[in-house]
Write a protein that binds this ligand. Structure first.
Ligand code: MEV
Length: 317
């Protein structure tokens, strides 16, 4: 069996996080820079019957059988094993690397899961199609937070901008003009499971107020879709600001994320918001391309641990 590599991009949610868990739409784009990619290689090993996992970014080097069942790498490998109906894996060496910050809101867990599913299934001569990769990656997401919408695994599997609604086939997003975004990592980890759980608690306590916020976010997503389709860049920026203020209201922003959003706007960004589950992780700012480096520099001064400039190219359907 030859060595097989596979990779998957990170993602950024442009609009609609959290509300998407409650049935509202969301818009997400892949981040295709090498600075945000999970890369996995499966290769033969001499040791019979053992799967050796080597994941230097999370300081893990272990046999699969020695990893706790709830370890994310064990979880995805067991999901694949069950899907393929394998009583046991043959021996192989699995190297997992990722430049996507862990717990940074850029889908590191889903990207690693997608890359593992692709590399290991191809290594075993049973390559999976995208729909199956997406389905199995969603199962893995469910084991980490009980109620994922599926937006993260979908945008990462298909690596294209999507308009997404839970439980429905995703739609490709048409975009009329290029848009440049600066992603800034707060360096503070945000746990998706915890943040989604906290939102659910608030929703149970005050369903009316939370549902109202989700509906407003859903309307913003619809308007953002039209703005992207018709290249109303400035309108898109103000929709990002509005989306951020609803994310503040549902309690997922932090003073530091708010400070980064403010710094981006002061540096001339057209709009900015947190992206992903919040509680830490990233913010994203829409910028004029000529101003991207300046906004990125200002975000670093404001305390971002790293910034990525990414461009959403025009896509037609
Ligand atoms: C996390 O990237 C996005 C959330 O909306 C959770 C989900 O959709 O599963 C917060």
């Amino acid at each position: 069996m030859p060595a097989i590599s596979a990779s998957a991009p990170g993602k950024i949610i442009l609009f609609g996080e959290h509300a998407v868990v409650y049935g509202q739409p969301a818009i997400a784009i892949p981040v295709t820079q090498v600075a945000a990619r999970a890369v996995v290689m499966a290769r033969p090993t001499a040791t019979s019957g053992e799967v050796l996992i080597d994941a230097p970014d999370i300081q893990t080097i272990s046999l699969l059988q020695d990893l706790p069942a709830e370890h994310p790498l064990a979880r995805i490998l067991r999901i694949l094993q069950a899907h393929l109906g394998l009583p046991a894996y043959p021996a192989f060496h699995l190297r997992v690397t990722s430049t996507i910050p862990i717990a940074g809101g850029m889908g590191s867990g889903a990207a690693v899961a997608v890359a593992i599913l692709r590399a290991v299934s191809a290594f075993l001569n049973c390559p999976l199609d995208d729909a199956t990769v997406n389905k199995l990656a969603f199962e893995s997401e469910k084991s980490f937070h009980g109620t994922p919408s599926g937006v993260d695994n979908t945008v990462i599997t298909y690596a294209q901008p999507i308009y997404f609604r839970r439980g429905q086939p995703f739609e490709k997003l048409a975009t009329a003009a290029p848009h440049t975004f600066v992603i800034a990592d707060s360096g503070q980890p945000g746990s998706t499971a915890e943040m989604v759980g906290a939102v659910r608690q608030r929703w149970k306590t005050d369903p009316r107020q939370m549902e109202t916020c989700f509906e407003h976010i859903g309307e913003i997503v619809q308007q953002a879709r039209s703005a992207l389709e018709s290249s109303q860049t400035r309108g898109l920026g103000s929709l990002m600001n509005k989306n951020h203020s609803f994310l503040q209201q549902i309690g997922v922003s932090t003073p530091f994320l708010d400070a980064l959003v403010k710094a981006a706007l002061q540096a001339g960004a057209l709009g900015a918001k947190l992206s992903g589950a919040g509680g830490g992780g990233n913010i994203i700012a829409l910028v004029e391309t000529s101003n991207a480096e300046q906004v990125a520099a200002r975000l670093s001064i404001a305390g971002a641990v790293r910034t990525i400039v990414t461009t959403l190219k025009p896509h037609s359907l």
